[in-house]
Write a protein that binds this ligand. Structure first.
Ligand SMILES: [Zn+2]
Length: 321
């Protein structure tokens, strides 16, 4: 019986590859540069190399490997196994990645986008273990989501479902254009960069605001990052605390709608924002019930993701479970 799965997390700068056993133990991992600036041929070869290397390093017999799971930045089609044209993988256009890997390694191969894969990993080995209906959210530079119904990722007709980060919250929000081109998406309003953008706006409007965040940024608002905001909040900085409170409120308002729509058993929050812990969780939870028609909304657990490091590898492997 094949006991191991190879998980390949293809990112714009690095490829993280690991061998995981079915109980969720990471046996070995290897990180290679994607070399994406060198174009499609080179970066695809790096994907091949990473798999060859992990097989050599882990000393797992090929017959013990059940398959290869790959997660990559979207847009991609997990049903057809095609990577469309991710902005951070130069030269990748309509790449039939699943077919290519299957031919080369003679193994079962599955492809999934980053957020869906991370959500599945949480459902199998992480904070949502034991639950069948899961809404997973990752809040970092963007907001990605995964909808898991009956233990399966919901893909929709074209494999494009689960883009909860681009739900419109403020449709006529001036100056709130999201990276996707739409106005007032929750990603624009509550992701790390979106939150920082609004904080900088506030600072410019009222320069008398006293905050240690500016000192951390050497006096230049352009240097402010979400990590600085978190640090300042932990030290009790009022502006930082208010900023995170508002970020939590916005996420909660949005999650209230998500609960109305999906009635999940659990909501898992991952990504950079999860390192804020209770600092943000409190305000998320507070904002949910008044913004949901679901009478169980208040009781729906909102928990922090468990798999932090290597979540990409676990995510990639989880789609083969
Ligand atoms: Zn958007």
């Amino acid at each position: 019986m094949a006991r191991y799965i190879i998980g390949v997390d293809v990112g714009g700068t690095k490829i993280a590859t690991g061998v995981i056993d079915k109980s969720g133990k990471l046996k070995k991992k290897v990180i290679l540069p994607t070399l994406s600036a060198k174009g499609f041929k080179v970066s695809l070869q790096q994907v091949y190399n990473s798999i060859d290397e992990i097989m050599n390093l882990s000393k797992v017999r090929k017959s013990d490997i059940a398959g290869i799971g790959v997660c990559a930045p979207g847009p991609l089609d997990p049903i057809k196994g095609i990577v469309h044209n991710p902005p951070n993988l130069k030269g990748w256009k309509e790449v039939p990645l699943v077919g290519l890997l299957r031919k080369k390694f003679k193994k079962k191969v599955k492809l999934e986008n980053d957020a869906n894969a991370a959500g599945m990993a949480e459902a199998i080995w992480g904070a949502a273990k034991g639950y069948k209906h899961v809404f997973y959210v990752t809040v970092s530079t963007g907001i990605g989501t995964a909808v898991i119904i009956d233990g399966k990722i919901y893909h929709g007709k074209n494999g494009m479902a689960g883009e909860g980060g681009h739900v419109t919250i403020n449709y006529d929000g001036k100056d709130e254009v999201c990276g996707c081109g739409n106005t007032g998406c929750i990603e624009r309003l509550a992701s790390g960069p979106g939150t920082v953008k609004d904080l900088v706006k506030k600072l410019k409007k009222d320069p008398s605001n006293k905050t240690s965040i500016l000192d951390m940024a050497d006096g230049d608002p352009g240097n402010i990052t979400m990590v600085m905001v978190g640090e300042a909040a932990r030290e009790g900085d009022k502006l930082a605390l208010d900023t995170i409170k508002e970020q939590g409120r916005r996420l909660g308002i949005w999650l209230g709608s998500m609960i109305s729509l999906l009635d999940p058993e659990v909501i898992v929050i991952g990504g950079g924002v999860s390192s804020l812990g209770d600092l943000i969780l409190r305000d998320i939870k507070k904002a949910i019930p008044p913004h949901s028609i679901n009478i169980y909304a208040k009781k729906t657990p909102v928990v922090l993701a468990k798999l932090k490091r290597d979540v990409g590898i676990f995510g990639a492997a989880s789609v083969l479970m």
